[in-house]
Design a protein around this ligand. Structure first.
Ligand code: SF4
Ligand code: SF4
Length: 367
């Protein structure tokens, strides 16, 4: 296994981290996967939020018995979206700690930060609440999960000097996006351990591969699976401390560990970069709505997040995966049906996108 510096901590994290989102239903299989990852050198587990931990905490407790707990560090998430008062934060933290039977996770992640949730959290003086939790020994290290444009990442990092880490989606399809390579470099430069999530876009880059992309992988040399191309690209970036893969089978664990052992920082050749950029262009050629996610059309009086909905819709078409897109749409609780076609958003969009029409199409596909 390859190990990398985790921000300013005196600790090396495995390049491959384990996420628990896709564990199989059968408990014994799930436990085998967690143990196989640890045996292969994985020392970072993203355990998710209290909702996910209702199932994962007992599993983890069993998988980490017999000395495995000392071999790994665990991160757990408090979703910022559900925090409306200081008491909400304290209650969520208590809930989380209770799920671990007071064996506190090593890292607490303030989940789902973007310009809006951060504004709300900052208004609640969330960093003061985190400071208090440090003093009460309820939190050892704090970080945040982020999905928005680079400048807002900068604001969040600047607002608090005790962040230990940050995490965001990072794959070869995310170079200029939320917060992209610029955000990655900035966060690492500021001394944060950067956790890349969804390095294969939650499986979208490895299944239902469109024909034009499959052809590029077939012709690319050396011969690698789409998963290997995607993971090697992420680990080629030295600023990435660890990449979280939500693994669902022992074969996947074995294969990802093999790649993590072999992949090196800065090892990509010009030909490697070319293969990746051809695949990226091929995916992008399938994008139906030319939305740049600049968010100039916001806010909407009906509280509709059109740029995010367009992102989900575009991903459904580009990655040929309506089921995942529907699930994300449902989980994020969007309500396109509230659109009254006032077209205020359209008048603000510099790209002249017919938002109301596209929202109707998105509604048909995603609901
Ligand atoms: S203003 Fe237009 S391009 Fe920008 S996010 Fe809105 S729809 Fe997309
Ligand atoms: S057209 Fe729909 S999405 Fe656009 S501003 Fe009006 S209500 Fe919001």
């Amino acid at each position: 296994m390859q190990y990398r510096k985790f921000g300013k901590l005196d600790w090396q994290v495995s390049a491959l981290g384990l996420g628990l989102e896709n564990l199989p239903e059968a408990e014994d299989e799930a436990i085998k996967i967690i143990r196989a990852a640890i045996d292969g050198g994985v020392n970072f587990i993203d355990a998710g939020s209290a909702g996910q931990l209702k199932r994962n905490a007992p599993l983890l407790a069993k998988a980490l018995a017999d000395g495995n707990r000392e071999k790994v560090k665990i991160a757990a998430v408090i979703p910022a979206g559900g925090i409306n008062t200081a008491a909400d934060f304290e209650r969520e933290l208590e809930n989380l700690l209770n799920l671990f039977n007071n064996e506190h996770p090593d890292f607490i992640t303030l989940g789902g930060l973007n310009r809006f949730t951060w504004e709300k959290a900052a208004g609640l003086k969330i960093t003061k609440l985190i400071e208090k939790a440090f003093v009460d020994r309820k939190i050892k290290y704090a970080g945040f999960a982020f999905h928005d444009e680079y400048q807002f990442l900068r604001d969040i990092i600047a607002a608090y000097d005790a962040w230990t880490f940050c995490q965001f989606q990072f794959s070869f399809m995310d170079i200029d996006h939320h917060p992209g390579v610029t955000g990655l470099s900035y966060a690492a430069e500021k001394g944060l351990g950067v956790i890349a999530t969804k390095p294969l876009k939650g499986g979208s880059l490895t299944s239902n591969i469109p024909e034009n992309v499959a052809k590029i992988w077939e012709e690319a040399k050396p011969k690698r699976s789409p998963a290997e191309w995607g993971l090697r690209w992420v680990w080629n970036h030295g600023e990435v401390a660890t990449a979280i893969c939500d693994m669902s089978s022992l074969e996947q664990v074995k294969e990802n560990i093999r790649i993590a052992v072999e992949a090196e920082t800065g090892a990509f050749s010009v030909m490697d970069e070319l293969a990746i950029s051809k695949a990226r262009d091929a995916y992008r050629s399938l994008k139906p709505i030319p939305c740049t996610a600049c968010r100039g059309c916001m806010p909407c009086p009906q509280d509709i997040d059109a740029p995010r909905i367009f992102e989900i819709y575009n991903d459904a078409v580009m990655y040929n995966d309506t089921a995942t897109a529907r699930e994300i749409y449902r989980r994020e609780k969007h309500h396109i049906e509230n659109c009254n076609e006032c077209k205020m958003c359209e008048n603000r969009c510099g790209k002249r996108i017919l938002l109301a029409e596209w929202l109707k199409k998105a509604r048909e596909l995603l609901t």
